[in-house]
Design a protein around this ligand. Structure first.
Ligand code: GLV
Length: 312
């Protein structure tokens, strides 16, 4: 029977399936992730690793884990896993696509609306007593009907955001993989036309700091940037400058680099910025479904089968 290391407590009772199959389960109990040293020490003797996006599965970790046959992450993004090192060691890698599409698309709209309609500022004004009367010119924001949403990354989540935006009467442009409403649309065209730009691409060497000074300079001055993909897609120094200089109208971030941002990070001092703590998939239904899939991937790998959601 196999030995598995699970790097955190998981929602639901999906781990029962591992135990019922006779595997031994070593589970990290603290609410903070294991350090690189702890991860290495606990994975060394494991046949299977079930990890989160907060765990870095490096070539060094893989080298020091001779029994490892499967790495299953409870995430759709696999930028925290060295896929080349895993392939070289014949280790199967699984992720949890699909089940978090709706939750992430909903959260994208929530962030977009919060920023466009200045909800965090309103909440703060009510709490601190600075809201004293209904004001014809108070906290005016951006209305969505007839606005143009530019989606960067035409995968599952990008398309689900497009559907929702169309429900709000927005015009949608999409740049990225073919299959969107306007495949092949040059990014620069999207940036010029969009009132809101939303990022839905994976983090890869090509997309790292895709949102840099030049990208932000091509956006309209009133335009908003939403990021629910990965923090490193955005060059945060360039973003802070663009917000301070009024080069763009605002930014809503569910993801940052690092996570969490230190309280004194200069980005947090920028105006018109809403930052939330990586909540894209954070619904009860989605997190339980992610845990189920992550365990199904792990079990399949331990039994030498192709994973239900195998990353190639
Ligand atoms: C969340 O960001 C994920 O990749 O699952």
């Amino acid at each position: 029977m196999a030995h598995c290391f699970i790097t955190r407590e998981l929602p639901g009772n999906s781990l029962d399936r591992l135990r019922a199959a006779g595997h031994t389960v070593d589970q990290w109990e603290p609410s903070e992730p294991p350090s690189a040293e702890d991860l290495k020490a606990r994975t060394e003797s494991a046949d299977g690793l079930l990890c989160l996006l907060t765990d870095q599965v490096t070539a060094e970790l893989v080298d020091s884990s001779p029994r490892l046959t499967v790495v299953s992450t409870m995430a759709v993004g696999v930028d925290h896993i060295d896929l080349v090192a895993c392939a070289q060691h014949g280790i199967a890698v699984g992720n949890t696509p699909g089940v978090l599409t709706d939750a992430t698309a909903d959260l994208t709209m929530a962030l977009l609306l919060a920023l466009a309609r200045r909800i965090p500022e309103g909440v703060e004004a009510v709490r601190n007593g600075s809201w004293t009367t209904w004001d014809p010119s108070g906290l005016l924001g951006m209305e969505l009907r007839d606005r143009t949403l530019g989606i960067v990354g035409g995968g599952r989540i990008g398309k689900a955001v497009a559907q929702r935006a169309e429900g709000f009467g927005m015009k949608v442009l999409m740049s990225g993989r073919a299959g969107g409403p306007n495949p092949g649309l040059p990014l620069v065209e999207l940036l010029k036309q969009a009132d809101i730009v939303s990022l839905h691409c994976p983090l890869t060497p090509e997309t790292e700091h895709l949102v840099n000074r030049e990208f932000l300079g091509q956006m309209q001055n009133h335009a908003l940037l939403i990021n629910t993909s990965r923090g490193r897609v955005v060059d945060q120094v360039a973003l802070a400058n663009a917000l301070h200089d009024g080069q763009i109208g605002g930014a809503g971030l569910d993801v940052t680099d690092p996570e969490p941002l230190p309280a004194d990070d200069p980005l947090l001092a920028a105006p018109n910025l809403v930052v939330i703590p990586h909540l894209g998939s954070a619904t009860v239904r989605t997190r339980e479904a992610m845990a189920e899939i992550a365990v199904a991937n792990l079990l399949a790998g331990l039994e030498g089968h192709k994973l239900p959601h195998q990353v190639t």
